[in-house]
Design a protein around this ligand. Structure first.
Ligand SMILES: C[S@@+](CC[C@H](N)C(=O)[O-])C[C@H]1O[C@@H](n2cnc3c(N)ncnc32)[C@H](O)[C@@H]1O
Length: 277
């Protein structure tokens, strides 16, 4: 099979990390998750994925994916025909895992990523790709104009690559354009961002995290009525996620949470809710 060389900008290249994480886990006999499409995509790309082999961050990426899946799943249980926007989607397969037959779904990323993504995914009547920067509010008008609320936005491993003022402007625009939206995103404290050059996977790519946030609760001040509905580390997963983990991870995570408490606490997954509908 002819492999396709991904032609991606610096930050866009990072999509290959969670993609590879899901593929590696899928190849295991008793992995954290199963994503055969990730395996197919990895196999079809001309890229040296071996540079990420053995990196501890791959486990973190998969735990984060399971947590964000759970938040979207809970939203869809309450709002089966709601709208999910996967911001900075990369080659994410969340729709494949969670489609309930009625959700409206958008996969948004920068143009070179959407061009690559179109080689693997197709638009349907309920699922559309958007070629745009998250910082350009036009996509919000498009989403609001074509799909009903309530809205759930997921930005998994995306906003940390933006400058702080851009992250703040995204929050402001969401508050104006998509009132009542839920917004799932992670925050990396300054000790994580400061140490990124020696972080296993990031040392292998040129993109760098720009936005550090030591206290996600402080973001509530960014928008009137914005609330932090949940905030947790990857070692403190909600029961429905934790119960489905293979036994070795259920035993390992509390130990890691104790031994590396400062590191674990420095990287948080957060669920915000904007004021409104
Ligand atoms: C680490 S990857 C995560 C991909 C995906 N969320 C996942 O978990 O598989 C970061 C993604 O954010 C996207 N991204 C970075 N800056 C962006 C921007 N300004 N607008 C839209 N997407 C952006 C990149 O192109 C890339 O696909």
């Amino acid at each position: 099979m002819d492999k396709r060389r991904p032609r991606l900008g610096e930050v866009q290249e990072t999509l290959l990390i969670p993609l590879y994480a899901r593929a590696v886990e899928t190849r295991k006999a008793h992995g954290l998750l199963s994503d055969p499409q990730a395996v197919e995509m990895v196999d079809s790309l001309d890229y040296d994925f071996s540079r990420f082999d053995g990196a501890r961050s791959l486990l973190g990426a998969n735990l984060r994916t399971l947590l964000f899946d759970q938040w979207v799943r809970e939203f869809l249980e309450r709002h089966p025909a709601g709208t999910v926007v996967e911001i900075g989607t990369g080659l994410n397969t969340r729709f494949e895992r969670l489609d309930n037959g009625t959700v409206h779904w958008f996969d948004l990323d920068l143009p070179d990523v959407i061009a690559l993504r179109r080689g693997f995914f197709k638009d349907t009547d309920r699922r559309h790709m958007l070629s745009a920067s998250v910082t350009d509010p036009q996509w919000m008008e498009q989403v609001r104009g074509t799909s009903p609320g309530p809205y759930f936005l997921v930005a998994e491993a995306v906003l940390v690559y933006l400058e702080a003022e851009l992250v703040r402007s995204v929050f402001q625009q969401v508050g104006e354009e998509l009132p009542g939206a839920r917004f799932a995103l992670e925050t990396a404290a300054s000790r994580v961002v400061d140490a990124q050059d020696s972080r296993d996977v990031l040392a292998q790519v040129t993109a760098r995290m720009r936005w550090s946030c030591d206290n996600p609760g402080a973001l509530e001040q960014w928008e009137p009525g914005l609330t932090l509905a949940d905030s947790r580390t990857l070692a403190h997963l909600p029961a429905p996620v934790a119960h489905r983990l293979p036994l070795r991870y259920r035993l390992l995570l509390p130990v890691v949470a104790t031994l590396r408490r400062r590191d674990i606490e420095a990287y948080r997954c957060n669920l915000f809710r904007f004021a409104g509908d």
